[in-house]
Design a protein around this ligand. Structure first.
Ligand code: SAM
Length: 421
């Protein structure tokens, strides 16, 4: 497709000066009034950008030549992180402290644009054994191409890039020989290296449906039939002072330090007191329910739509009789009054799309004292924060964590409180 105003199409090259980072792992640039989203670039750089996609209101491009590099530019540690290469990482060319600033700018900009509110944002790095930026990814889904080779996907594509190893994957995953083998009968290979020391390999037999794009922020929870190739049926995870047993196809935080870091932030922001009731919405195996229950010792209702997640929550929280697990979509549970207020505290941790206005209104209607919103997508968070603000609530605190180094992804925990609280 060719842009009718610019007269430019895919493969054409333009020279631009790159501006601020934007949501999605790229920076903004402008050419004759048209917005370009440029990957592999940094703010302030003058680059030659090759156009990769033309849309009605914007153009996507890759920086292929850097004429004036930013002081924040570094040599990518991964040889597959380049235009046309693996799409898993967006920020391999960005220095570690600049990655934190990049993500903080994106979260602040989304809040300004979508929630119409200014809030100072600082992104905190997570501890990791070895390198802070590499070797953290505890769940990897390799895609398999028509020739039976496993690899990771190109950016916004289902094209498989064969690799020798993924540098951000957990060292135990990098040591496996899965990528040198042929996989004629499979669409994908899913590997989990758990904090409890287990290693599990599942395969998805061919024909199980289209796979999602490669996304290091995604746990291996995409639906579909799987076969266990190696490792236990359930892997051990360690978080909030407990040992968990979770099926590798169920949701668990991907960075080894994320579960403890996020649970600690939720508790610090909510300050749960003995006797307070709570909801853990989009609760998964019950990480936040367990963290809050240790302080409240009162009724907690966990709502989770996946049967695998609910089974894990029931099995892992047997010592917490005050936790009730409701298998339902949050929107349905609220609408059909399977959960009803009043409630004192709410934790919600929705998937990438966010909770949406109906769920936010349902939460506000239960009149909690405080809400901790755990968010893996700053745009969805900002939209939902905007709904809370429109209902008279206040955004009173926000922590942000680099749970996905080298990628554009960032995890936030926002504290929302009703006006007058
Ligand atoms: C980001 S994960 C959070 C899980 C858990 N809070 C944790 O940190 O381990 C989101 C969870 O929401 C579940 N989910 C997705 N859509 C849902 C919906 N509409 N209603 C309820 N649960 C949903 C997913 O199965 C997943 O377990």
């Amino acid at each position: 497709m060719t842009d009718p105003d610019l007269g430019l199409g895919e493969g054409d090259r333009v020279e631009v000066v790159v501006e601020a980072p934007a949501h999605g792992g790229h920076c903004v640039a402008r050419l004759d009034g048209r917005v370009l989203f440029v990957r592999h670039a940094l703010p302030g750089e003058r680059v030659t950008a090759e156009i990769t996609e033309v849309h009605r209101t914007f153009v996507r491009a890759d920086a292929i030549e850097i004429h004036e590099p930013s002081p924040d530019r570094v040599e990518p540690p991964c040889p597959y992180a380049h235009p046309g290469g693996c799409g898993g990482c967006d920020l391999q060319h960005v220095a570690s402290d600049a990655q934190l600033r990049w993500k903080a700018a994106v979260v602040a900009e989304q809040l300004r644009r979508l929630a119409k509110t200014s809030f100072p944002v600082r992104v905190e790095a997570l501890p990791n054994a070895g390198s802070p930026l590499l070797g953290w990814r505890s769940r990897v889904r390799y895609a398999v191409d028509a020739a039976g080779r496993a690899g990771l996907l190109q950016h916004r594509s289902h094209q498989v890039v064969p690799i020798d190893r993924c540098r951000i994957a957990h060292p135990a995953i990098q040591r496996l020989d899965l990528l040198s083998r042929q996989w004629p009968d499979d669409d994908a290979i899913e590997v989990t290296a758990s904090t409890g020391g287990d290693l599990a390999v599942l395969t998805r037999p061919a024909g199980g449906g289209r796979l999602p794009e490669d996304d290091p922020a995604d746990t291996a929870s995409a639906a579909g039939r799987r076969k266990r190739l190696a490792g236990p049926d359930e892997v051990a995870e360690e978080a909030v002072g407990r040992r968990w047993s979770v099926p590798p196809e169920g949701f668990w935080q991907v960075h080894p330090a994320a579960a403890d870091t996020l649970a600690a932030a939720v508790v610090e922001l909510l300050r749960p007191a003995e006797g307070e009731t709570a909801w853990d919405l989009y609760g998964g195996a019950g990480l936040f329910a367990a963290a809050v229950a240790a302080h409240t010792r009162a009724r907690i209702t966990l709502v989770e739509s996946s049967p695998v997640g609910c089974a894990a929550a029931r099995a892992n929280l047997t010592d917490l009789p005050t936790v009730e697990v409701v298998e339902a979509r949050v929107e349905t549970a609220l609408q059909r009054r399977r959960i009803t207020g009043p409630v004192d505290l709410v934790v919600l941790d929705p998937p990438r799309a966010g909770a949406g206005a109906r769920v936010v209104r349902g939460i506000a209607g239960a009149r909690p004292r405080a809400v901790a919103y755990v968010a893996c997508d700053p745009a969805a968070l900002a939209r939902d924060v905007g709904t809370f603000l429109g209902l008279g609530w206040r955004l009173t605190d926000l922590r942000a964590f680099d749970c996905f180094p080298m990628t554009q992804h960032v995890e936030c925990v926002a504290l929302l409180e009703p006006a007058g609280a």
